[in-house]
Ligand binder design. Sequence first.
Ligand SMILES: *Cc1c(COP(=O)(O)O)cnc(C)c1O
Length: 745
Amino acid sequence: MYDTRKIGTSRNGVFFALKGINKDGITYCEDAYKKGVRCFVVGSKVSLPEDCFVIQVEDALQALQALAKYHRSLIQYPIIAITGSYGKTTIKEWMYFILKDHFRISRTPKSYNSQIGVAHSILELPIESDFGIIEADISHPGEMDALEAMIAPQIGIFTGVGNYYTHNFENQEQHISEHLKLFERCNTTITVEEFGSDLRRRKIQFQLAKKEKWSKFIQNRLPFVNNQLLLFEASSYLGIPTDVLEKKVNNLPQLPGRLEIFEGINDNLVIDDTYNIDIDALDQALEYLMASKEKTKKVLILETKGVEEFQKDKIIQLVERYAVQDLLVLENNSLVRKKGFANGSSDIPVLLRSIENSAILIKGPFNSSVNQWVEILKKKSHETYLSFDLKAIKHNLNYFRELIPADTKLLVMVKAAAYGAGEIKIPHFLQENGVDYLGVAYADEGVVLRRNNIHLPIMVMNTEKDAYSDIVRFDLEPSIYSFEVLNSFVYFLQTQNLENFPIHIKIDTGMNRLGFKPSEVPELIQNINETRFICVKSVFTHLSDADNLSSDFSEEQLKAFDDIQNLFGKGLSSAIAFHALNSEGILRYAPNHTFNMVRLGLGLFGYSKLPNASKRLLPAVAWKTTLAQIKNIQKGEFVGYGKSFTASRDMTIGIIRVGYADGFSRRLSNGVGSVIINKTPCKVVGNVCMDMTMVDISQVQCSIGDEVEIFGEQQSLFYFAEQLATIPYEILTTVGKRIWRLYHL
Ligand SMILES: *Cc1c(COP(=O)(O)O)cnc(C)c1O
């Protein structure tokens, strides 16, 4: 084990103190000790009570990997290894789905495919099984050697590499070569046609998953045909007869392993994972439920239909281990409360609506009837939503982390409900992923975060007098931008008898928004030195033109800020931090000018105006709705309010479920804006209404209920913003509150 949050009550475990991106595992040894661990593997000296058995090694990760390698050497059954930029987890889960009735299969939990994840996966492999399926992923050259040594696979699956994740590699050649190191010892490696020549050149035995061969099996309802081809070819290689395969592919689960998380009714957080109910998937989902910090009360709604009896016992044991407070099981069409409050109602909707302020996990088999109950828990039942790809967000976060020096702190701006992403989920995601600081525009936003269990330090940009008491009460850190605010805040602290209260100083180096002028700094330093009520934690400035490569105004600002840093350095006795760069600033200048901290904003969601940077980021937001009605109209008919549109020919229009009250601006009326239906752009016809919009679908094959993309993969947020002569920031922050926010993991 290496994560103290997941330690149960086991006294037999060994704790490996691994170095993480942000924290060294060594700092968690004490926590592990308190939880009963007595055996430790550490990379540096640590003082632990006498009843501990401590092994000090050069590198704890290497030790863990060596142990995994040893464990692997005891295993006789073949291991299938999957690598590539995409599809790994999908293919792994599908293989499991296809093979599980024929073989005993052991596989990587979740997407545990990193240096630590693979070691973990290998160590969990039982000695007896028929096949193991292990995922591997790398982000730097040289990383595959250690993974290959642990996995030692006999069969490979290469999903190919994309252009997205190449930034740490010299070129695409190297990117591919490094991945293919995994397959050097394999008897065969299965890949798709476009990568065949890459394997041939490297003398790796391979076999192609050809489209012609499998065209009959392809499921159009599922995305990414390549994943399917690889699955079919691999299953057939492992001896699954074609007729069995043909039957099974009809039931291939969609989006396997992708938890959907959304805000539910009664302040609930709902985690919807209704695609399979095998014990591993349940284990993962429960782990996610228990680890999520948003809500302290945890509820599990479970359906075990179709599960064999002996599995049921295991499921019950597993559920007991996690100690949810409330357990509801769907049996013979009624929902039975196994644990928690007294019986409640036998009426399912009533029972569901009585759950409040909890994290609710809904888990059932594919095609389960619990699906319909998910709908009841949704706060917003209409079909328009803004979706956030948490994987992409994590990729972006890590990309920014790699750009800045290791000792530079990372603050993420979550003002305006995290740029429209929703008040709670993204801040929690950031907290779980170890960012150092959060920033908000107003104290109120900070209060919401505190009320929802965010304990990171929070910096408030725009400090208002009326908010002083909230700032103190909720442990927020105000930015001070003028003598007036400084004096009144110090006076307030004095009346409260508070000393050394943390504040930040904002300097205006050219933007002419809030901030002290550089000329005011000497007097400011003097004032700060004369009061004991505040403690300056940082001094910062903001760039006004960072995304404009043809201007060097940012350099002028940064130079001015260097001078400010010198003044403070000389003038203040205590050590303080400095920061200047926003997202575009980091992308443009890091690792230079990062000072002690950077402030990330829009870049987190994968958008940048800088061409080189935008290639490396993953756009994470999509806005979708559905088609409510289809109408054929004749030449000469009007459409919408004000008769602003007259059909110049017979045409077909579609009515979509979004209007200006949702942030779909009325300025998009009459052909200014368009949406994508079935891969085709469809222009707005007539005026946008409050809740609905008409679009021209004359050229599209479509039917009622079809998905409509407002922006996302096909129509980029940048393009959409351009239609409105604005920027992505404004679009994201004005998507209506009533639109459901959906988060994919
Ligand atoms: C909003 C904001 C940021 C983040 O800006 P992005 O352009 O979204 O990266 C950084 N610093 C300050 C002071 C801000 O107000």
